[in-house]
Design a protein around this ligand. Sequence first.
Ligand code: SF4
Length: 675
Amino acid sequence: MKGYIGRILSIDLSSGEWKAETVGDDVYEKFLSGVGLGAWYLYQNIPAGADPMGPENILGFTSGLLTGTGTVMTGRWMAMCKSPLTGGWGDSNCGGNLAPAIKQCGYDAIFIKGQSKKPVYIFIDNKGPVIKDASAYWGLDTVEAEERLIKDNWNKKKPSVAVIGPASEKLSLISGISNDGGRFAARSGVGAVMGSKGLKALVLAGTKAVTCENPEAIKILTKEYARKVRKSNAPGIMGGWAMAVMGKLLGSMKSVVPIDGIMTVMLLKKWGTVMNNTMAIQNGDAPLKNWSGSDKDYKGKYSSSLNPDKFIAREERKYHCSSCIVGCGGICSIKDIRDGKYSHTHKPEYETAMCFGGLLMSKDTDSIFYANEICNRSGLDSISAGGVIAFAIECYENGILTKEDTGGLELTWGNSDSIISLLEKIAAREEGIGALLADGVKRAAEKIGKGSERFAVHAGGQELPMHDPKIDPMLGAVYSADPTPGRHTTSSGVYYTTSALWEKISWLPRFRMYPKAKEYINHDEVSLKNVAYTSYKMLIDGTGSCYYAMLMGVNHYKIFDYLNHATGWNLSADEYIEIGKRMQNMRQLFNIKQGVDPASFIMHARATGEEPLISGHNEGLKLDIQALAESYRRAWGWDEITAVPTSETLEKFGLKELVVVGGETAGSEREVTNG
Ligand code: SF4
């Protein structure tokens, strides 16, 4: 009756055995569900030094504590594992309808270890899991495989399906997991881990109810939230051009202007995340030309190809994840640039639009939609795929790769035909250039040598997202020192300004403008804001909430109240943030146990400004990344150099015993109840 189910399912694909376990209340009280429960479990059950692509790695699928309780915007699930890209903690967040389906099977989380010798999928309903032969689906793209698996397993209820595509089957380290026809858990190489297990899909058909302490109070909060969202609409005359103007205006300011989070919702409702496209080009947020170009290089027809109006012009209907009122997604019609036939696809996100637009110097909107479709169907992470193609183009332009190496492709900036052909080769892991690039920029540069690492933009092996930290130093610290490096959703100064956290958390400095770029002075007080926001993000990822609800801030999306109504715990915001801190420490402990070198996470010189831009908005900007990373670690209570949580930190969060005990469960009651 506390929102969570209190049970987890673990399946060993090597032996075919499974067990359902009851998890004690104390675990949820310390870690919530979702990413926290996953970190608690994976820390204890993945041995130090485990091969990420071997049987010892565990792939987790978790729902959220608030999912299914009537709390709005809680349709997000998470995949997690030891990342084959970074060698440390890997997670990825995704929407659609899978999160409630996990709980309806009677579990908060499903953990899969081992490896099957032949392709399998796991079907779960109210009676428990069954491992089934997946030979008939292996090789199919994500959309086709999902459709067939639904058809073949639809009994009383339409099942929800998480599925991998051919790129993951071929173990591309930059592949992810799809559900609902193209919602995507893209990052950390989670698809490669699923492929390494011989697991094509998870098919969920449970119908169990989710209960919580005070559903009536939750209903009232949700009604209040829905009222606000429904009446927040961008003015009709506000066209996509306005976003470029807004970007120019915001980019000219020395500090981030704090805006009410409801404004974000207005823009998301109209355009989805592509609302950011032209704004990001103008305010220095968007990296262009593989992080070496600027708004001066990408203007006129280039920039207008990313006008958000061009993206919603193809939208046939809005798409909402489960329990979502905002509906930032869209289902669009696209023309296949090979055969001219039309089909339906999810609208590209900002990250995809910028990766296949500005990063590659393309002005071909059609090719962005098509690239998005190839990524979704094959199972490639569009951020990493765009990043590795940008890397290849720069290698080609500098004579490091030749036409012979590229299989005849003329890899030049903005050459859509070559970009699409190369993407298809990567997705198929085609011998030669496809296989060379299929594991991301770090591996490719290691194989190519010849100074190519200069063009391999990543942090810890993870390609960087489409946000330039040179104008947002808090983001730079997170890219370089968080347990999952190179991730834009963890925390940033810009996001912090919409959160209103300072109104709820007693120890936060009173809100001031967040100075950008040159005006920014690194000090530990700013790192405390990063700690607060990241902890808030942990609560979002522990509850199954949507990131865009989070961006609305705590005055609109009342996460602390929702948690109290669901669980009956009656904790303060300060106490919840301490839970978020514990969750983050658990992720960090995972990296320490796996022997990750924190120095290896420091982002690429183009992102720090060590290799400065020579024109445009961010000309000459440079971050003192070592100082930022050290300050970030100190603020968490970690050693500033080794990133190991201090013994006081472990003591404070009750983690000391867990670390000492290692493989055994500490501080919780677990009992095997089935299997
Ligand atoms: S706002 Fe967008 S990502 Fe978030 S739950 Fe709604 S549709 Fe999904």
